[in-house]
Ligand binder design. Structure first.
Ligand code: NAG
Ligand code: NAG
Ligand code: NAG
Ligand code: NAG
Ligand code: NAG
Ligand code: NAG
Length: 477
């Protein structure tokens, strides 16, 4: 309530000064003890918190986030899904900007321009994400923009993810040596193991739950005993409102659902379990009615387990509500994609190999090594000579097993179609997906400054539901 009032106040102030409101954050990143699965381990805390503090914002707010790195090593934070218009160099994956050196601080300046929705931030270097440092980002619609559902009685962020009791440095070593991560030790829900988190609901009221999979590798199914989930938003887009018994949420995705507390007044299980694994891990939280007469009871509701078709059908059922108002990306004025002539189609394919004893992943056989000057910074400061790549290097798809260790970047042309194929897909592996969806999201997160380059990229990833594309890949080096 106070936040809402504050938001309204800031908005009025924003109009009065003809400038969008500012929100200031001062964060201290430290190591500290956490006990997510009941045993002590070293976690990454932000202002002493695990998960980190939630960022609450309203469309067009300027977020000024001063991050002090008190870890003994470099730290970098990425703002998953924030479009970073005009300052994509602040996105915070390695190669876009520099890590914060130990003992130093850096102030991120982000504007959630024309955005709404549910997102999260996470550390993008050194497998720090396996130790914490992540948190929810909420972007509320501004007061004058109608939201296609009644104001919920409450708005909870639920960060779910697979979790290891093993220190993140050891996990990183396993990956570096080319082995797969072991099976996780558990699933955490807002930093806690089974029954460790309570969410309180008033009977008869409807709440918004924003669920993000902040884990490392496992797709998770989310469900609530005796209650339905009405999907209303996926990563900044209002969806056709469809009701589900459970939802698959893949790593990196964020979904908003409405849940009505319309059952008998007692406590119910919120269940989260792994997908596509032969051994199924399940964790629970408690959906608590404020007038509850009984503790959680009965069997934990079961979800789908290894079925991939189920997941694909669900992903395909998720559609944008084209009549719902709300900010939509529109970077170059009215843009009719159907009328633009494709000048070139670029096909990208992922592969993996061991190079110099270290596991590397590659796109069209080109892997990644950090540039001395992050490419996005070079771009931002209009430095020349950094962005060089022969067209021939990105077109061929020969499956070479030796990788070239170099950074690569796409240079602007009027319209490119970018097709992406990954060998680690849970379905339809090996088939080219080539659809126009996700175009804007990807372009804005990772494209060059569009006004200057007029570049349009099309990309389709199979790791996500076809309509919603993660804003960038996660790359651990
Ligand atoms: C961050 O926290 C550590 C540990 O509590 C403290 O020593 C340090 O002074 C803090 N730094 C800032 C900038 O607040
Ligand atoms: C570091 O933090 C101080 C305040 O604690 C601030 O004045 C300074 O601008 C910050 N530096 C950077 C590079 O963000
Ligand atoms: C789409 O949004 C409109 C406008 O807010 C709303 O009236 C309608 O119910 C929504 N449709 C669906 C199917 O969710
Ligand atoms: C959660 O708590 C209930 C009792 O309150 C218990 O029966 C159940 O086993 C617990 N679930 C887990 C996964 O620990
Ligand atoms: C696309 O190509 C057609 C046929 O050459 C041409 O008539 C049309 O103007 C082009 N569209 C754009 C947006 O350049
Ligand atoms: C981008 O479009 C504008 C307007 O059509 C044009 O003047 C400019 O030359 C284009 N820039 C590039 C790099 O193609």
């Amino acid at each position: 309530m106070l936040l809402k009032f504050l938001a309204a106040f800031l908005l009025v102030l924003g109009f009065a000064t003809a400038e969008d409101p500012y929100r200031f954050f001062n964060w201290n990143v430290t190591y500290g003890d956490i006990y997510p699965l009941g045993v002590r381990q070293q976690g990454i805390l932000i202002n002493g918190q695990f998960p980190g503090p939630e960022i609450y914002s309203v469309t067009n707010d300027n977020l000024i986030i001063n991050v002090h790195n008190s870890l003994p090593e470099p730290f970098l934070i990425s703002w998953n899904g924030v479009q970073q218009r005009r300052n994509s160099y602040q996105d915070g994956v390695y190669g876009t900007t520099c890590p914060i050196p130990p003992g130093k601080n850096f102030t991120y300046t982000l504007q959630v321009k024309d955005q709404i929705g549910s997102f999260y931030y996470f550390p993008s270097l050194a497998f720090h994400k396996a130790a914490g440092g992540f948190g929810a980002i909420k972007i509320l619609s501004s007061a004058r923009i109608p939201v296609p559902f009644p104001d919920p009685a409450g708005d909870y962020s639920i960060l779910i993810g697979d979790w290891y009791k093993t220190d993140h440095k050891i996990l990183k070593g396993i990956l570096d040596r080319g082995h797969r991560l072991p099976f996780p030790d558990g699933i955490i829900i807002n930093g806690h193991g089974p029954n460790g988190t309570y969410f309180t609901f008033d009977q008869g009221k409807t709440y918004r739950l924003r669920i993000s999979n902040v884990g490392l590798q496992n797709s998770l199914n989310f469900r609530i005993q005796g209650h339905k989930l009405k999907l209303v938003e996926v990563e900044g887009t209002h969806t056709i409102q469809t009701t589900y018994d459970s939802l698959d949420i893949h790593v990196g995705q964020s979904y908003s659902v409405l849940v009505t507390a319309d059952q008998a007044p007692q406590d119910y299980y919120i269940a989260v379990s792994t997908r596509f694994t032969s051994q199924v891990l399940t964790s629970t939280a408690v959906f608590h009615y404020s007038n509850s007469a009984r503790q959680v009871s009965g069997p934990i509701p079961a979800g789908p387990t290894t079925q991939t078709g189920w997941s694909l059908s669900q992903a395909l059922s998720i559609r944008t509500n084209l009549t719902a108002s709300g900010p939509r990306p529109n970077p170059q004025g009215s843009y009719h994609y159907g009328l633009v002539n494709v000048s070139r189609t670029i096909k990208l394919e992922s592969s993996a190999a061991q190079v110099s004893g270290k596991q590397r992943y590659a796109v069209n056989s080109v892997s990644f090594i950090p540039a001395d000057t992050p490419l996005k910074l070079a771009d931002y400061f209009k430095m020349v000579g950094f962005l060089k790549l022969e067209a021939s290097q990105i077109t061929p798809l020969a499956k070479r097993c030796t990788l070239t260790l170099q950074s690569w970047v796409l240079i602007s042309e009027p319209l490119w179609r970018l097709c992406f194929r990954t060998m680690r897909t849970f379905c339809r592996a090996g088939t080219w997906m080539d659809t126009p969806f996700g175009l804007l999201e990807w372009m804005e997160a990772n494209g060059h400054q569009q006004a200057e380059t007029n570049t349009t990229l099309e990309m389709q990833s199979q790791e996500a539901p076809p309509r919603f594309i993660p804003s960038h890949g996660q790359l651990y080096t």
